[in-house]
Design a protein around this ligand. Sequence first.
Ligand code: ARG
Length: 581
Amino acid sequence: VRLDCLAMASLEQLLHDRLAPAFEDVAGAPADPTLRRSQHADFQADGALALARRLGRNPRDIAAEVVSHARLDDLCRSVQISGPGFINLTFSDEALAPLVAEMASHARLGVSRAEDPHTVVIDYSAPNVAKEMHVGHLRSTVIGDAAVRVLDWLGHRVVKANHLGDWGTPFGMLIEHLLDMGESEGAHELSQGDLNGFYKAARIKFDADDSFKERARNRVVALQGGDPQTLRLWRLLVDESEKYFLAVYGRLGVRLTEDDFFGESFYNDMLHSVVEELGRIGLLTESDGAKVVFPRGFTNRDGDPLPVIVQKRDGGFGYGATDLAAIRYRTQELKADRLLYVVGLPQKQHFEMVYEVAREAGWLVAPARAQHVGFGSILGTDGKMLRSRSGDSIRLVELLDEAVSRAAVSVEVKNPELDGATRANVAQMVGIGAIKYADLSNDRLKDYVFDWKRMLNFDGNTAPYLQYARARILSIFRRGSISAPAGAPVILVTEPAERALAIELLAFPSLIEDIAESLEFHRLAGYLYTLASTFTKFYEHCPVLRSEGDVQKSRLTMSDLTARVLAQGLELLGIAAPERM
Ligand code: ARG
């Protein structure tokens, strides 16, 4: 068993290490082999094409020369030049088997912990107090949770920052509405999660009643001035909403807790010094009475520079000022070197401008970097923004309840033998898992259609399919009353379906590394789906319980390894996987 900290080389890396020196020999300078997975072989190296252009030579000749310079005989059973000069590489079975054995004996499935861990602040979820969480907050919560899980598993220091919208002018009307209702009535309504009703009622009064509007305005001034009674009422609104949000997080099974609320108000005390520092550095400009910064490189359609508003004409601070304070706090106090902002695409420009101001102010200095982890919208099956039947934004709890009750029906159809308690438990995992997976399996930058039928289907790239695939592997062991072989694993790779599974399994470690950087969780989802389908073919073609001796040991180990990778992959996506279903 190898030590935890030793990296397992990926198949791609092994080939790269052999091909890169050969390319360099031929090129007289470093040249990238450009490896990719291939339909015709295990991998394909396309580097000869670019190199041929560079040297003005025939790419097939280059490919042949590279191959004659590379030592590949101990790794590959076939190396062929095809088409315009691709190098097709097929691993030998003898090379694959020990790698699979090594992965199987590794508790972390070949994925090493980061040698040089980063401090990563992940800004996600961030709903607004006294307002319903909308599906955009659902996306942020689910994607951010997957980022937390992957980076934490890789050994980075992860700080979860729930940038709650808990400050600003709407609190004037919200507090006055609370007073009109009576504190205990209002608190009750909020903690029950009737946030839409509360917010709307306040808004209607604000728009219709001038004296209410006046009270609301005065209340904002009292809030900003730190009036104790006003602050107490504000805190009450925030506390009740937080209770509701925590209930949603609990249902979703995400890692956010009450310790992770770093709402906008958290940064209030830092805002004056942000203004002061920006002024001192010479970045502040007056514009229409407001204090603003014009970050380099941002203009509107007419070519005029775009500002980040730091302090409004009335002295108040806005969203941008808070984000500047937050970025400074995160790099300077928390010593973060990577900042992730999991927020919808409409706010992309806002963040890019904030990052640029922070860079110019010296608050975001390499190697520290900020990354906007944007995402598209969730659409209904009609192709429009997802809404409830009444046209309101959907209440998340209701959506989650519906997922679980629909899942209960499909689970019962799939396996009528499960006892009631198990079924309820499985329905929970399938329903919530289906919603999360539907989100994570789509390219986050694109919109996706929220479709109950598709996400709860047991066939296809869905949570239930993967959960079931994993449970079915566990059931092989149960049926055979057999456990995964102990001790140094014996792996034999001979059948085509076996080697296909081996190649797929071995792709896991480098994929996780890639995802930690790109945060393209749909690639992890797609990988798990391919792995499960590859396993199905393996299981059809390679008898497991009906085989014997070392062949059986090897197949049991590969089955167990597949189940472990599936469970770990789902876990990284935040999806629970039942033992039986
Ligand atoms: N509360 C905001 C919204 O609902 C999202 C906050 C995102 N995070 C941030 N640091 N600005 O749109």
